[in-house]
Design a binder for this molecule. Structure first.
Ligand code: ADP
Ligand code: MG
Length: 353
């Protein structure tokens, strides 16, 4: 192969079979350096060893399946690697804990080349560098068709720092970080451009000027900063969850596990103007995009009302509602002042308004 010809650079393809399983693992993991004191033994033995010296250990796993959770037609492998790690770390931050290690298990079909797996690993490594997390092991196996990525994240917290889904109390304020709905409209845009491309392959995708919503879909950032910020503000949430399935679904997790009700105010839901405009372009209600879209990877939490002064000036946190008694139900108060029962798929009830 003419390695020096730049025209051929993108077509270079090394078959996975040329390295074999062990060769591939060695090749992909060769540049991993251990960053954390708590990682006693990383890749290379039958098991990794970690030591949190009396702190509590939190563990979370997610699996991503090609064709179900991602579409390689428009997701670059490097972004996919970054996102797979980020979504796992988001679960650890949602416990108010700090992620320290991950394991990565892959099922790969021979449709992929060594170069493709290098791209995927570059994304894993980039996310790990950002979050100061060690890759301490995994498993690599063959798949008959698509790519499967399973990541387990491990983190630490002092026992009195951990925050669960079941601690929300009547009178608490419901807060969310960042803004919502962008990842969902970003996905709609990518899907639209994919369809156009499939119908007329010569047409270049029109993604200009939509950087924010595309980044939110392709390269979500787990909110590493929030547990740190809350600690600095001396606010310990009474409950917390990360937003993977959409605001409505996550509110219902908190309210059912805490046995409380909630009033969510539509006008308070933070939505970026670019999300708003793109939702309108698709004839979608931006509120519905944030309620049911998902993949925002923001944190949703409840705080004692007495803590409000500590968070109110913070641009990263928005109060969107308050916790009520269980008998009062879980409601969305619309901009028009109507109260609608919130469901995880709130489409029907909302569209009637
Ligand atoms: P075993 O046969 O004992 O399961 P493997 O040959 O599967 O061992 O793995 C050897 C080492 O490489 C182990 O430390 C394992 O955790 C690590 N490993 C395997 N696959 C991956 C991967 N995709 N990413 C990171 N580490 C991996
Ligand atoms: Mg193995």
């Amino acid at each position: 192969m003419q390695k020096n010809n730049p025209m051929l650079e993108n077509t270079e393809r090394t078959e996975l079979s040329s390295l074999g399983e062990f060769g591939l693992i060695k090749h992909l993991t060769q540049f991993i350096e251990i960053k954390n004191e708590s990682t006693i033994k990383g890749i290379g033995d039958d098991a990794a060893v970690i030591d949190y010296k009396g702190k509590q250990t939190v563990v979370s796993t997610d699996m991503l399946v090609e064709g179900v959770h991602f579409d390689l037609a428009y997701v670059p492998l490097k972004h996919l690697g970054f996102k797979s790690v980020s979504v796992n770390l988001s679960d650890i931050y949602a416990m108010n804990a700090t992620p320290k290690q991950i394991t990565i298990s892959l099922a790969i079909s021979n449709r992929f080349s060594v170069e493709a797996m290098e791209e995927l690993y570059a994304g894993f490594m980039m996310a790990c560098a950002k979050h100061n997390v060690d890759i301490i092991g995994g498993d690599t196996t063959t798949s008959k068709s698509g790519l499967v990525i399973s990541i387990t994240a491990i983190g630490e917290a002092e026992s009195d720092e951990l925050v669960f889904r079941n601690g929300a109390k009547e009178g608490n304020l419901l807060c969310v970080t960042g803004d919502l709905g962008a990842a969902y409209v970003g996905l709609q845009l990518l899907e639209r451009e994919k369809q156009i491309f499939l119908e007329s392959p010569g047409v270049q995708p029109d993604l200009e000027g939509n950087d924010y919503i595309l980044e939110r879909q392709l390269k979500p950032e787990a909110r590493k900063d929030i547990p740190v910020l809350l600690k600095k503000l001396e606010v310990k949430p009474t409950s917390m969850i990360d937003i993977s399935d959409g605001l409505a679904s996550e509110i219902l997790h908190i309210t059912s596990q805490s046995n409380v009700g909630c009033n969510l105010y539509e006008e308070k839901i933070p939505i970026d103007p670019s999300t708003y405009n793109m939702a309108r372009e698709f004839n979608m209600d931006p509120t519905i995009c944030s309620l049911n879209g998902g993949e925002d990877y923001e944190l949703l939490f409840t705080i004692d009302a007495a803590d409000f002064p500590k968070i109110k000036a913070n641009p990263d946190i928005t109060v969107i509602g308050h916790i009520t008694a269980s008998k009062d139900g879980v409601n969305l108060i619309t901009k028009g002042g109507t109260s609608i029962t919130l469901t995880a798929q709130g489409w029907d009830s909302l569209l009637k308004n």
